[in-house]
Design a protein around this ligand. Structure first.
Ligand SMILES: Cc1ncc(C[n+]2csc(CCOP(=O)(O)OP(=O)(O)O)c2C)c(N)n1
Length: 277
């Protein structure tokens, strides 16, 4: 997409609505799942897959493709939706989650086309993404590496080791996005281990930092288009989001980090989200 016209933004908002509907659809097929952190990431994932990342669904291992790592792998339902919509596999697999012989389990699996790393154990996506960015440099390739982290996930010390390494190595092709929904599994993140001043911490670790509303599509695409934010520095995008975004009873509560979904709840959720065009 060449420019961020109103038509482009409308299309991306529509894609984000597909993501949110597909999250509920997939997790309804499983009977339960991680609605909250999948829904908070929906707008950013739509912008990444349908605006920013250079990918070829028909050639998933194209060596020059951009790399995306969903470090908060429990948001797999959101990733599955964008991969299906981008043509990496058939849409019907979204109705078939968490079975013994289904394509999708609770977390992303590197065996699937379009999935760059098996994730789910928090704290590993950034270290591996640092390795991918080093790989691009060694291979003299221009691909970019983007990794999405949860705010609760930042409690894993491995992130901070990787953050130091990335700035030391001046990995400007690396971008980390924090889905800052302020809630982790069963509490508000601040009540467990306060993160603020988050932007200052990353700056002190040598990263170039920007903060946005992670549900404002214009802000998201403009900030992605501005990457990298500074020469010879990795970039950190703090996206302020709402856990469970889009469905009133799931918003801003740890109850919907992971929960059961029956037919009645599913109908209510889809009714609130509305129909995509
Ligand atoms: C190493 C590790 N410890 C614990 C878990 C269990 N777990 C899954 S999701 C989650 C909370 C993550 O919170 P956050 O990163 O804020 O994710 P989000 O709110 O975006 O869903 C936890 C503790 C895990 N997946 N990996």
């Amino acid at each position: 997409m060449a420019s961020n016209s109103e038509a482009v933004l409308t299309e991306l908002r529509n894609e984000a609505l597909h993501v949110r509907r597909n999250i509920w659809r997939s997790l309804r097929s499983a009977g339960s799942g991680h609605v909250g952190g999948s829904s908070s990431a929906a707008d950013i994932l739509a912008a990444l897959y349908f605006h920013f990342l250079n990918l070829r669904a028909e050639e998933p291992n194209w060596p020059d493709r951009d790399r995306f790592v969903l470090s908060k792998g429990h948001a797999n339902a959101a990733l599955a939706s964008v991969l299906a919509r981008a043509g990496f596999f058939a849409d019907s697999h979204l109705d078939d989650f968490y079975g013994y012989d289904t394509l999708f389990g609770m977390h992303p699996d590197i065996k699937l086309d379009g999935v760059e790393m098996s994730t789910g154990g928090l704290g590993h996506g950034l270290p591996v993404s640092v390795g991918m960015a080093i790989g691009a440099r060694l291979q003299k390739r221009a691909f970019r590496t983007v990794v999405m982290l949860g705010d609760g996930e930042l409690q894993e010390g491995s992130n901070w080791e990787a953050a130091m390494a990335a700035s030391h190595m001046k990995l400007s092709s690396l971008t980390a996005i924090v889905d800052y929904n302020k809630i982790q599994q069963s509490s508000r993140t601040d009540d467990v281990l306060a993160l603020e001043p988050l932007a200052d911490k990353w700056r002190a670790f040598g990263w170039a930092v920007r903060e946005i509303d992670g549900h404002d599509m214009a802000e998201i695409v403009n900030t992605l288009d501005a990457l990298p934010y500074e020469a010879e520095k990795p970039s950190l995008l703090i996206a302020h989001t709402t856990k469970g975004k889009g469905v009133s009873f799931a918003e801003d509560t740890y109850t919907w980090h992971q929960n059961m979904i029956d037919d009645d709840i599913y109908a209510k959720a889809l009714g609130e989200l509305g129909e995509p065009s």
